[in-house]
Design a protein around this ligand. Sequence first.
Ligand SMILES: Cc1cc2nc3c(=O)[nH]c(=O)nc-3n(C[C@H](O)[C@H](O)[C@H](O)COP(=O)(O)OP(=O)(O)OC[C@H]3O[C@@H](n4cnc5c(N)ncnc54)[C@H](O)[C@@H]3O)c2cc1C
Length: 472
Amino acid sequence: MPERLTPDICVIGAGSGGLSVAAAAAAFGVPVVLIEKGKMGGECLNTGCVPSKSLIAAAKRARAIADAAAFGVATQPAEIDFAEVHRHVHGVIAAIAPNDSKERFNGLGVRVIGGAARFKDRNTVVVDATEIAARRFVVATGSSPELPPIAGLDRVPYLTNETVFDLTTRPEHLIVIGAGAIGLELAQAFRRLASEVTVLEAAEPLAREDKECAAIVLDALAREGIAIRSQVAVVRVEVAGAKVKVVLGDGGAAIEGSHLLIATGRKANTEGLALDAAGISCDRNGIVVNKGLKTSNRRVYAIGDVAGRGQFTHLANYHAGLVIRNALFRLPVKVNADLVPRVTFTDPELAHVGLTETEARSRGITIRVLRWPYHENDRAQSEGETAGHIKVVTDRRGKVLGATIVGAAAGELITTWTLAIDRGLNIRALAGMIVPYPTLAEIGKRAAITYFLPSVTSVWVRRIIPLLRRLG
Ligand SMILES: Cc1cc2nc3c(=O)[nH]c(=O)nc-3n(C[C@H](O)[C@H](O)[C@H](O)COP(=O)(O)OP(=O)(O)OC[C@H]3O[C@@H](n4cnc5c(N)ncnc54)[C@H](O)[C@@H]3O)c2cc1C
């Protein structure tokens, strides 16, 4: 006899988005069922953000040792014990896992069910012998690596983000196909951990980013010895003894490596959900949602990666917050994509929020572009982190529209600008802010002050300044 549950909310997928909805709903005392077919915590915890940032942290230590002589600190060359690196990465996952565990969520009052969910009809989801007829459903099933149509790929061993963090020995020569954020973050981490690394990209690396800022990252990667080849088509891959051989469409020499990593994009996890049975439409990006994240079935929301509007943990969390407001409190909600920051965690980091210069111009807005370089910042000099700059886009009146930061700690520094855009702040607020000295955050204030510089060159302002001085 199948068990039939009738919670207020049924969440499918216990990753970043699903866990946030379930925890918040339970906190408000709402009966909630959470279904997960794999590991609790989803991609971010198990095969995404957490292991990648932990690997990057290990790589950063290796790099710091290599750079220490410039600070007058003598060190031996770093020795990489890759099995220990693996242990570190999985130690971090294990340390965080209890927060996302079934036990914790049961304790919060969430009924967690293990298994693959599928819709039976517009109002019912089935997991094995359990039927869930909820008032609202939230699909938060995430995304998976998209495999490119490369001949021979099904006959060679290859890695994706789902397997690369299981390596316990260092790849001699890692070939990465795909130069987006994931491909480049991992390329740099492995290079710093002493692998030879080649990156192949069919279009342009970091294509979505401000070109001038992306160029600074790419230059840094090249100087660390990563071979990045853009505009190359991979036509075939094959096994060559113990190696993988990649044949390119440019007729040049094939590239042989010890390991192949595919990082060419993501596809929404919609398979097996029987979305048709529930009247839920999809397109090539994932589940189609309106601005309030409702699907074509008004009872069902889709959030996070599966909703096809970007792939970030903080985006999934943002979506979760909107769904809670709408589903529980019937408040009107609307996704604002301009408020979602993104960070590529290379070194230097590349962070962005709001409109890029190109986007603002293409919307026909008259803009001002303000900049400040890291090398003019005292703290950056002390730390030897002088590469990069901030670039701020405002409208004519100084309203902050966007910011891109390329340089050390850019991912931390972008938060001020995210708040500025969210609150509709004028650049005056940023220029007047007291920023502790010496911090990298001063670059933002200095860029903001440059907004007022043209007026200092104006003849009227130059005439009036001595007068003001005399008046005290
Ligand atoms: C290498 C890498 C690095 C990344 N780094 C960052 C970063 O630094 N910062 C950042 O913001 N983002 C990062 N991301 C992206 C981030 O991991 C995702 O955007 C985020 O995990 C998406 O959350 P989600 O809730 O949409 O899906 P997920 O976290 O993927 O969770 C979906 C869950 O649904 C489950 N599921 C799927 N189908 C079913 C079904 N039918 N029934 C039951 N359960 C199901 C899955 O098993 C999974 O656990 C990274 C991604 C990768 C691959």
